[in-house]
Design a protein around this ligand. Structure first.
Ligand code: NAP
Length: 350
């Protein structure tokens, strides 16, 4: 049987464990062009919160009773695809369950937002890295910085959610490119990590009462490129420090994912529009699934940095499918530290 986690109800605000339900169903049969995979690693990502809401987005909302969406790494146990055989490791969108039938198709043939299935080389790097620094979050950082943000070596770059899966890669890649990098994170431990372990020029704690003054002090020449992972008051503080012709990479808005409605009053958004106008800012949103074609170049550039230790990652690993709902709830509140992964089966396949 296949143990699964389903969406039981749509959350109001922050999800609660009651919004999820566990069940067991027969192990799925892989169809034509599909492989049956035993999932080993499950990735917990903020985008899952958006898919729990009804209504249109860049990707389809989950239905009540559907298996919760998520990226996975697993081992093929049956294959209807010539390029894959039992024992191969693959990454894909296996969702919150032990076994998945994964479609193997060109990324352009998939539904918007669906993570493609790719074969992994177990010799290249630990397979779970395909869910973090060398996977979707890492590619997001790479595309966001280079293609969307047009990073230059003389930039002062500020990245929010700096100790997280995307932010930690953004800051490290920008440092490697020669930029001055300030990371914003919640609490002294995460700020010290980005400054001392990841080598950012400074870590600024957005929970500190004098956050704005500290940020200003850390950016004496203003901000050229702001990589926005969170929105909210963190972004407000960064917008006021952007240099003329500054760039904003709009990657995520975690501070708003649990909001039921927009904050009252037009004043805030008016201020933002005036800042964009007067500063001649270039504010650009993007969705990584439009950029899968960049994966090969990204891996060619980033995998050697990971194996040589120049690109580091912090992982927060929990054991067993039962841990998944709590891990998502913790992630959305900043209670975890680093890329959140759930191990649901041993790597060896024993
Ligand atoms: N555009 C795309 O295609 C794309 C792709 C992947 C990810 N994303 C987005 O990128 C962002 C980062 O993703 P990730 O996987 O690396 O997750 P993450 O940043 O590791 O996890 C969420 C973090 O959000 C921060 N946070 C939550 N509420 C906050 C608030 N009110 N103010 C400030 N910070 C708050 C917390 O940071 P602290 O721990 O520092 O408190 C928490 O750890 C997310 O918004 C995600 O949706 C976008």
């Amino acid at each position: 049987m296949n143990r699964r986690v389903l969406l039981a109800s749509r959350p109001t605000g922050l999800p609660r464990v009651e919004n999820f339900a566990f069940d067991s169903a027969p192990i799925p049969e892989p169809g034509a062009g599909e492989v049956l995979v035993e999932n080993i690693w499950l990735s917990i990502d903020p985008f899952i919160r958006g898919r729990m809401n009804a209504g249109p987005s860049y990707a389809r909302a989950m239905e009540i009773g559907e298996v919760v969406v998520g990226g996975t790494v697993g081992r093929v146990i049956r294959s209807n695809v010539a390029a894959l055989e039992p024992g191969d490791l693959v990454q894909g969108q296996g969702c919150w369950q032990q076994y998945s039938a994964l479609r193997v198709a060109d990324a352009s043939e998939l539904e918007p937002g669906v993570l493609p299935t790719w074969k992994l080389d177990p010799q290249a790097f630990p397979a779970r890295f395909a869910l973090s620094t060398l996977g979707m979050p890492g590619l997001t950082a790479y595309v966001g910085l280079h293609d969307i943000g047009q990073l230059r070596s003389q930039d002062t770059v500020v990245v929010s959610s700096a100790s997280g899966a995307v932010g930690s890669v953004v800051g490290q890649l920008a440092k490697i490119a020669g930029a001055r990098v300030i990371g914003i994170a919640g609490g002294p431990q995460k700020c010290s990590f980005v400054a001392h372990r990841l080598g950012f020029d400074a870590g600024v704690d957005y929970k500190a009462p004098d956050f704005e003054a500290r940020l200003r002090q850390a950016c004496p020449h203003g901000i050229d490129l702001y990589f926005d992972n969170v929105g909210g008051t963190v972004t407000d503080a960064c917008m006021s420090l952007l240099n003329t012709h500054g760039r904003v990479v709009l990657c995520g808005q975690t501070a708003h994912y649990n909001m039921e409605s927009l904050p009252p009053g037009p004043d805030r958004s008016l201020l933002l529009r005036v800042q964009i106008l007067l500063g001649r800012l270039n504010v650009r949103g993007f969705i990584v699934s439009d950029h899968w074609h960049r994966r090969e170049q990204f891996l060619a550039d980033a995998a050697p940095l990971v194996t040589s230790g120049r690109l580091q990652l912090q992982e927060h690993i929990a054991q067993g499918l039962d841990a998944a709902p709590g891990a998502l709830i913790d992630l959305l509140q900043g209670n975890s530290f680093g890329k959140v992964l759930i191990q649901i089966a041993p790597e060896s396949g024993e």
